[in-house]
Design a protein around this ligand. Structure first.
Ligand SMILES: Cc1ncc(COP(=O)(O)O)c(C=O)c1O
Length: 415
């Protein structure tokens, strides 16, 4: 059958007239297919899913009750555009109380988002001209870079690895790239590495941004999910508001991934530009959701409870993986445990399975052990285990962790 004329109309940015014809299968689709195949081959068996990047539990009942109450108010029914002051004021209190960032003006320095992903997709329109460079960390969450490329921008990747404590080496950026660079995108605690930043690193970033006329976008989607101490906001660093903005979200910190709500905070001019593009992109999140999110920002104890659960699971998973030979170290935050991928697994009968990269061991783990993980091969071969696996209660959580230990226990991994 010949192509419809529609096939000839697609923009080059999504593949032009070749759109949809590629037979390449992307990583997350491969994982899904491998999970489905493993279930078909083992009917009724339990797949332990440590590949998911979202909470395993619902939003807390009081937050759901707040949504219910707000959803019944006629005043909340319409377009919210760039939002009312309820979320902005709660977000400013949150920045002060949780992140130690004082003096944020809720009217001019905060604006809601329909989640951080939406904000990351909107911001490039405000900043990127063809030929401009974006500095991004790899492995990482690619959304800002994807949209920057849609506008003709270029991405320079900064690898994160053990040797640099998963903090990008800013001095490694070639002179010609730096001259054309406009934006540095960071994310700490980091997906997928689980790494946290330090105040020293953020201070260096502020000085670097000023010296090189860069905008810093700090994606703080996991900021409050910390296992000890206080969350570290980029904006807590002196001078940070002169160079950048930070993105917060209720998705991970309040178990609200489906609700779609967060906020952009920081440099007034950048927040205004975000707002102008946003106004031409969406009509604002439902006010009832914004108000429920505002309730959350005033109840940070919810995040502390969620973080305590992840911390407990992380302690146990680190032990299980260490016993299996992995060099697992508990991160200081997030729900991701990132470990070096083994090069081979040796079975009791002496047979040896070699893995060329993280993708191969990840496929093997789901097929042979019914354990789903996410492989990352961008900066060394690594596996990401999320402690958001499903369990019925704490006792069941211990059972699941015991099950992982049992499944990994009958092979010896080589690294
Ligand atoms: C680093 C990072 N940023 C942003 C997001 C998306 O957040 P939101 O649900 O607020 O759009 C995710 C979700 O996986 C993420 O890992």
């Amino acid at each position: 059958m010949s192509d419809s004329y529609i096939q000839t109309l697609f923009a080059e940015r999504i593949g032009g007239n070749q759109y949809g014809k590629s037979i390449a299968i992307y990583k997350f689709e491969k994982i899904k297919r491998a999970k489905r195949a493993a279930l078909t081959a083992n009917p009724g068996a339990e797949i332990i899913d440590m590949g998911v990047g979202e909470p395993d539990e619902m939003a807390f009942p009081e937050v759901v009750a707040k949504l219910h109450e707000e959803a019944s108010l006629p005043a909340n029914r319409g377009y919210s555009d760039n939002g009312d002051s309820v979320l902005k004021e709660a977000a400013a209190r949150y920045m002060d109380r949780v992140c130690g960032v004082k003096g944020i003006n809720p009217e001019t320095e905060i604006l809601h988002s329909i989640g951080s992903k939406a904000a990351l997709s909107i911001l490039p329109a405000a900043l990127i001209n063809p030929g401009d460079y974006v500095l991004m960390t790899t492995p990482g969450y690619p959304v800002f870079g994807t949209h920057a490329k849609y506008y003709g921008g270029l991405v320079h990747n900064l690898p994160l690895n053990d040797a640099n404590q998963f903090l990008p080496d800013l001095d490694s950026i070639p002179e010609d790239v730096l001259r054309k660079a406009k934006v540095l995108v960071l994310n700490y605690p980091n997906n997928p590495t689980g790494a946290s930043a330090t105040p020293e690193f953020f201070s260096k970033v502020v000085a670097f941004a000023k010296a090189n006329n860069l905008v810093v976008v700090h994606d703080a989607a996991y900021a409050a999910l910390v296992f000890e101490g206080k969350p570290l906001s980029f904006l807590a660093i002196p001078g940070a508001k002169d160079v950048g903005i930070e993105l917060h979200s209720t998705s991970k910190t309040f178990n609200m991934t489906g609700w779609r709500c967060g906020f952009v905070v920081g440099n007034e001019l950048l927040v205004k530009a975000y707002g102008d593009v946003k106004d031409n992109t969406d009509s604002g999140q439902f006010l009832a959701i914004q108000h429920a999110a505002a309730y959350c920002f005033d109840h940070p104890g919810i995040t502390e409870k969620i973080a305590a659960k992840y911390s407990r699971r992380m302690d146990a998973l680190v032990q299980v993986l260490r016993a299996a030979g992995f060099n697992a170290k508990k991160p200081r935050g997030s729900f991701f445990l990132y470990v070096k991928a083994p090069k081979a697994a040796v079975k009791k009968d002496g047979s040896r399975i070699e893995f060329k990269n993280a993708e191969e061991i990840s496929q093997w783990l789901v097929t042979e052990k019914l354990i789903s993980t996410v492989p990352w091969d961008e900066a060394g071969a690594n596996l990401r285990f999320s402690v958001t696996f499903v369990s019925k209660n704490e006792a069941d959580e211990t059972r699941v962790l015991g099950e992982i230990a049992k499944r990994l226990g009958d092979v010896r991994f080589e690294f």
